[in-house]
Design a binder for this molecule. Sequence first.
Ligand code: SF4
Ligand code: SF4
Length: 59
Amino acid sequence: MIPVIDVEICDGCENCIEACPPQVISMVDGKAKIDEGLCEECGECVNECPIDAISLLRD
Ligand code: SF4
Ligand code: SF4
């Protein structure tokens, strides 16, 4: 399950960056960006986004 960020609604709060255990999320132009190759698919970022901008997609 790969997390996908909806950059149209992400407000750059950085909650997901702080929540990601392997620290594979960064800010790019004010939006969160996941390094999918390093993501461990733990789902923490999904739980911590206050506006539900991150969803899990089946790969
Ligand atoms: S699913 Fe886990 S490892 Fe992947 S980006 Fe979210 S918090 Fe980080
Ligand atoms: S927690 Fe949600 S709104 Fe905040 S930076 Fe991450 S994706 Fe964007």
